[in-house]
Design a protein around this ligand. Structure first.
Ligand code: GLV
Ligand code: MN
Ligand code: MN
Length: 430
């Protein structure tokens, strides 16, 4: 672990390095056209043609700044700007360019484009860092197409097996590995072989706290625990007009009761949340009692004991349903992420960077999942949050102002430079 000392005031060089809010905003608005939705959001699911287009855009922009862009075999992109020492792993920053089906313009995109703007600021100033600096675009952060979320950073951190990840299927049956191949972004580098000195990620908060408290910057100290489950309820397809109510084995009725259980189980705790956001009914005709339902449960809490409790309440409710409605309920846990604390030196770098830039801050735990949580297992990491309007995210109306986005990018740049200077000190260079 690096020793860390907060600078009482910025060095003259750091003071001169100011990101350009207009350039960052222009990039956000330009990339938002790739997959733009009528309601002002973005639908750019991972490993689709639209994802390829935004990746091409990102690659071209980075190469125009003299960066070398490499891609690993999970499709994650690394744009490197050389520093004084080529033998030291880069200080990296970034996020993701994939979105939810009704995603906004800022979730993920801000983290990649703020990093690009920070890098461009260094380039324009001719500033030479000690370590190389990289901008990273992680593949499939959202998990909207291929579950679970954060597959690529999970493989990067050694949490998921590469082959397992490549075999993950979307709801149409297409495999992650095939989709990656199709868009031409399976790179030669083995995922995980790309060492990082540190990783910083800017993101919109996606919740209401910063806005409610009038704070500029969230200093993110960790990410809460999360679990995903696949549930298949099997009953019997039967005629909706002729099957008397007592004779039915209605899988959707069972699903409805379990959805209620998920909600009620989460509400027993002030900090837990539980969601069913994807549900498929078969055969899907108005006059057939549904014989099969597939759905997914997303549960999160800072304390994983809450998730244990919820899990057992859901399992008990499922048993009851099987007996009462004559159904079979199969619940499969497909993702368990423990709570993840960020690195104290990286957190301190973010806090100091925000203070040096004159921003108000509060420490916070992230309710949303982020690639930084997996990267934190293999490299010191931390995150910077900026407020978003009404705390709304995973929604086409998601919004953070130009100034809020710029504040995040400025803090990111300062934190990365600060960490780079610490590395120089650690290696005994001036
Ligand atoms: C990522 O978008 C998440 O589900 O938190
Ligand atoms: Mn995100
Ligand atoms: Mn998201």
């Amino acid at each position: 672990m690096l020793a860390y000392f907060v600078h009482p005031r910025p060095s003259p060089i750091m003071k001169n390095l100011t990101i350009d809010p207009e350039r960052l905003w222009d990039d956000l608005m330009e990339t938002a056209k790739i997959g733009a939705t009528p309601k002002g959001g973005i639908c750019r699911l991972t490993l689709t043609e639209l994802d390829r287009q935004v990746r091409d855009w990102f690659k071209a922009r980075c190469e125009a700044l003299g960066c070398t862009v490499t891609v690993d075999d999970m499709g994650t992109m690394f744009a490197r700007r050389a520093g004084q020492r080529a033998d030291i792993p880069p200080v990296a920053m970034g996020s993701h360019l994939d979105t939810q089906p009704t995603g906004g313009k800022f979730d993920g995109a801000l983290g990649v484009l703020a990093a690009l703007e920070a890098l461009r600021t260094l380039h324009r100033a001719g500033y030479e860092t000690f370590a190389p600096i990289e901008v990273v675009n992680w593949t499939n952060e959202e998990g909207a197409r291929f579950a679970p979320a954060m597959i690529a950073s999970g493989v990067f951190a050694g949490v998921f097996a590469r082959d397992w990840a490549a075999q993950r299927q979307d709801r149409s049956g297409e495999k992650f590995g095939d989709a990656l191949e199709k868009i031409g972004y399976r790179g030669p580098q083995r995922c995980g072989d790309h060492k990082l000195s540190a990783f910083f990620e800017v993101h919109i908060e996606q919740g209401p706290n910063l806005e409610a408290e009038g704070k500029d910057i969230g200093v993110v100290t960790g990410v809460q625990a999360m679990r995903w489950y696949e549930v298949t309820i099997t009953g019997q397809d039967t005629h909706a007009g002729t099957t008397p109510m007592p004779r039915r084995h209605d899988a959707l009725l069972g699903a409805a009761r379990l959805v209620e259980t998920v909600n009620a189980a989460a509400r027993k705790s002030a900090t837990a949340v539980g969601t069913v956001g994807l549900l498929e009914v078969k055969p899907g005709a108005p006059n057939v009692v549904p014989g099969e339902v597939f759905f997914m449960i997303d549960m999160r809490a800072p304390d994983p004991k809450e998730l244990d409790r919820m899990e057992s309440e859901i399992a008990q409710a499922a048993k009851k349903l099987e007996a009462e409605l004559g159904l079979t309920v199969a619940i499969k846990n497909i993702w368990t992420q423990p709570p993840q604390a960020f690195d104290p030196a990286c957190i301190a770098a973010v806090r100091a960077a925000a203070q040096v830039s004159g921003f108000t801050t509060r420490d916070m735990i992230s309710g949303a999942g982020h690639d930084a949580a997996y990267v934190a297992r293999v490299a010191p990491s931390a995150m910077v949050f900026v407020p978003c309007k009404d705390g709304i995210s995973h929604n086409e109306a998601e919004y953070s102002s130009k100034e809020q986005c710029a504040a995040g990018a400025q803090v990111l740049l300062q934190a990365v430079l600060d960490y780079d200077r610490r590395l120089a000190e650690q290696y005994g260079e001036k």
